[in-house]
Design a protein around this ligand. Structure first.
Ligand code: NAP
Length: 314
């Protein structure tokens, strides 16, 4: 069997030196004639590695007629054409759990930063306004506020664990009610938003969740409500978010992800009740190393003829 691995995500170049001996790699972005590469090496490629930003299109997978596995660096695999993979018996692996702590930490960080206006206060000090004006406006208490989690999965549970330490009552919406928690369950995003003070978005991006947080959900969250999106940009209707913040229909937002990254709507840049991050949920050295280790374990398992470590249930 071929020992060749095609790496399509440039973020994965550092894993090459950590791959098991005997695996020969092709870096797709270095191929000057990709058509020629597909013609010559395409039929030998059975496994590819990609990252959550690059994904794997149907076109790419179709050009590799013997493709069996797509190894993804990231838990979200919305940039991979899952329908094509399913239709062609291609298995996807991802990197679940190892990033839960970091993403949950940043979600809590965004909640605190919006409530306590940490970034605005930081600028107040840096700009010399503390000396000039003396008084910084009062902010909003976070401890004890009602937290809604849209998508109580692995990361959602890690957020809930942290929020409990802030004495925050927790409610959630997922498609299924969990039997292992006693948090209050709501059967829709809108009824959840009506009930809570802060709403953290943690559903995956799918056809069913794109645009799920729409104008009505934001209106239900209300003028004092805070929206945190640390899942994927397209889950939130971005123009509706801008409008809700401009109109005061929504109190504030903490955003790690955007509809068309790295584009961020101009209007958000000047809003003091909004905290922005350049998609950093899992971006610590520790976690990226652990994610890479899982990618390598999946690749090694494949070449050793062992079961994949973290296959996705498509
Ligand atoms: P997970 O364990 O699969 O949790 C996802 C949750 O969403 C589950 O509770 C699932 O429950 C619910 N869900 C799925 N489809 C739904 C729908 N249509 N309506 C309502 N609920 C739905 O995933 P995870 O590991 O926690 O990761 C969640 C997401 O975080 C990832 O998909 C990724 O996009 C994002 N993420 C972002 C970053 C970042 O850097 N910002 C980093 C890592 C992950 P049911 O099946 O019961 O519906």
């Amino acid at each position: 069997m071929s020992n060749e691995l095609l790496i399509v995500g440039q973020h994965l170049e550092p894993i090459i030196s950590r791959l098991p001996p005997g695996v020969s790699t092709h870096c797709f972005w270095k191929e000057t004639d990709q058509k020629d590469f597909f013609r010559e090496a395409g039929p030998r490629i059975r496994i590819i590695a990609t990252d959550a930003f690059t994904g794997a299109s149907a076109g790419l997978m179709a050009a590799l007629p013997n493709l069996e596995v797509v190894v993804n660096f990231g838990v979200g695999y919305d940039t991979i054409d899952t329908q094509f993979a399913k239709d062609h018996g291609i298995t996807i692996t991802n990197t679940p759990d190892v990033l839960n702590d970091d993403v949950a930490d940043l979600a809590i960080g965004l909640m605190l930063a919006v409530c306590r206006r940490i970034c605005v206060a930081d600028r107040f000090v840096r700009d010399g306004l503390w000396r000039e004006k003396n008084l910084f406006p009062l902010s909003t208490k976070m401890s004890g506020k009602h937290l809604g989690i849209l998508g109580l999965g692995r990361i959602g549970m890690a957020v809930a664990k942290r929020a409990a330490a802030f004495d925050m009552p927790i409610s959630y919406h997922s498609r299924h009610r969990r039997t292992d928690v006693d948090y209050e369950y709501y059967d829709s995003p809108i009824t959840l938003a009506e009930a809570v003070d802060l709403l953290v978005v943690l559903v995956p991006e799918t056809d069913a969740t794109r645009g799920m947080v729409n104008a009505s959900v934001m209106e239900a969250l209300g003028p004092d409500g805070i929206l945190i999106n640390i899942a994927r940009g397209p889950i939130v209707d971005e123009p509706a978010l801008v409008k809700a913040l401009q109109d005061g229909a929504l109190g504030g937002a903490g955003l790690d992800v955007f509809a068309k990254e790295p584009h961020v709507p101009e209007e958000l840049l000047t809003m003091e009740n909004v905290v922005l991050q350049p998609h950093l949920g899992s971006a610590t050295r520790d976690t990226r190393f652990a994610m890479a280790a899982l990618v390598i374990q999946n690749i090694a398992a494949y070449f050793n003829g062992q079961p994949l470590v973290t296959p996705v249930d498509l």
